[in-house]
Ligand binder design. Structure first.
Ligand code: SF4
Length: 92
């Protein structure tokens, strides 16, 4: 998958949800690049800011998008560990 494909897929994932891709395009691009690099290395879209444990069932929780709304980081900061997804900002 390429960067555009991944971004499009995640934009779809955000549709009709209370979260969106981080509007900071540079940051988002850097995280997406990390996901793609992991996919190249492992065949799976692992989170670029979490270390895989080697335990397959635990590591399945680190596939992007993870269950980020259950994370403390989400509850505190309104974004996923990597800041790829953020709470949807109100439209003007
Ligand atoms: S923390 Fe964000 S970037 Fe990492 S896997 Fe979860 S959703 Fe993807």
């Amino acid at each position: 998958m390429d960067m555009l494909g991944l971004r499009t897929m995640f934009e779809k994932f955000c549709e009709n949800n209370d979260f969106q891709l981080n509007p900071d395009k540079e940051h988002t691009a850097a995280v997406l690049k990390g996901v793609l690099k992991n996919e190249e290395k492992t065949g799976l879209k692992f989170c670029p800011c979490q270390v895989q444990t080697g335990d397959f069932s635990k590591d399945m929780g680190l596939l992007c998008p993870c269950n980020f709304k259950a994370q403390k980081t989400w509850q505190k900061k309104g974004e996923c560990w990597c800041g790829l997804f953020v709470k949807r900002q109100h439209q003007k």
